[in-house]
Design a protein around this ligand. Structure first.
Ligand SMILES: Nc1ncnc2c1ncn2[C@@H]1O[C@H](COP(=O)(O)OP(=O)(O)OP(=O)(O)O)[C@@H](O)[C@H]1O
Ligand SMILES: [Mg+2]
Length: 316
């Protein structure tokens, strides 16, 4: 089961791994992209070095804003997470990688309060919490997208993105229902913010389209838009590029980097495409069978023997 389709990692003739991205395999096998830039196989040409300020940004990370300590989570007899500790620093892009079933999505669900770990501490912005529900997490500035798109398919793009503002509505239900006074001003402010997000993600032309009619890649972008509408300080992305073609992945990479750089948003990213992970992440945590087997910069993780073994499918 560990031998999986992790995109962007291949075995060289000498048995060592060939990692896509970050200047390694980019350009080795898959031709060139629309702009003539080399593409990693199964990955995208979005070398961080090509993004102005990216490397400089990685040196200006702030303090730890999220500290996960000894987290264990089980579903009945299934141990989804076992004694996992890692932290997330302000403004960084922190990737979580690992084979299918490694516990990545469970970890995100712990961070935003969907699952409550049986053991461990979670410290967010200096405050310890044992339990948090997703609404409370949203109020504290944590937003997320889901592995399986969770949008209202019959509603328009605009209305779906508007739901991202829900946690920010302050006026009472009655005032909102009557479209009166503060509620009216509030709604206008919300709409303005939503329009900003629509412009930022370049989806003006589909704003009135029902989400269910959009191709998959655009639905993923709308989900990102909804998360951004909440103006999060911590953004959790669960496989935002899964199922996308190369061009769509390039766009999504660019948007994620722009969000990180322009708004300073801290991002926790689950992604299977190693080209993407190695190119855009500042630090990577590696899970396997619910345990942490690696943690560090992309370079450190790439040369970690345990990670290499998991990637290349050595028997467990
Ligand atoms: N709600 C749940 N009830 C029971 N078991 C669960 C639940 N959620 C996750 N699991 C189990 O926990 C383990 C970790 O699952 P998780 O979805 O976190 O993995 P993942 O790393 O996100 O995998 P993938 O790459 O396939 O998305 C798996 O064995 C899974 O079956
Ligand atoms: Mg998952």
């Amino acid at each position: 089961m560990t031998q999986m389709a992790w995109q962007g990692v291949e075995r060289r003739a000498d048995g060592s791994p060939e990692w896509a991205g970050a200047g390694t395999s980019a350009g080795t096998s898959a031709g060139t992209g629309a702009a003539g830039e080399p593409l990693a196989e199964g990955g995208v040409a979005i070398a961080a070095e090509s993004v102005p300020g990216r490397r400089a940004a990685s040196t200006r990370h702030g303090e730890v804003i999220l500290d996960l300590q000894h987290i264990s989570l089980a579903f009945g007899g299934v141990k989804a997470l076992t004694d996992i500790s890692f932290d997330v620093r302000e403004h960084e892009i922190r990737a979580i990688i690992g084979p299918n079933g490694a516990g990545k999505s469970s970890m995100l669900n712990v961070i935003n309060g969907v699952y409550h770990p049986q053991q461990g501490r979670i410290v967010f912005r200096g405050e310890e919490r044992r339990k948090m529900n997703p609404t409370a997490a949203a109020r504290q500035g944590i937003a997320r997208t889901f592995q399986n798109i969770a949008l209202f398919k019959g509603m328009t793009v605009l209305d779906n993105i508007m739901t991202g503002r829900n946690t920010r509505f302050r006026s009472g239900l009655l005032a909102n229902a009557l479209w009166w006074g503060p509620a009216r001003n509030e709604e206008i402010a919300h709409r303005r913010k939503v329009e900003e997000v629509i412009d930022f993600l370049e989806i003006q032309s589909i704003r009135k389209t029902p989400v269910g009619r959009l191709p998959y890649g655009l639905q993923k972008r709308v989900e990102l838009a909804r998360a951004l509408a909440a103006e999060p300080s911590l953004l959790l992305l669960d496989e935002p590029m899964a199922g996308m073609n190369v061009e769509e992945k390039q766009d999504m990479c660019r948007f994620i980097l722009d969000v990180n750089q322009q708004f300073g948003t801290t991002i926790v990213l689950i992604e299977h495409d190693m080209g993407v992970v190695m190119d855009i992440s500042d630090r990577v945590v590696v899970l396997d069978y619910g345990k942490k087997i690696g943690d560090g910069t992309p370079e450190q993780v790439k040369s970690n023997p345990e990670v290499i073994r998991a990637y290349l499918g050595a028997s467990h």
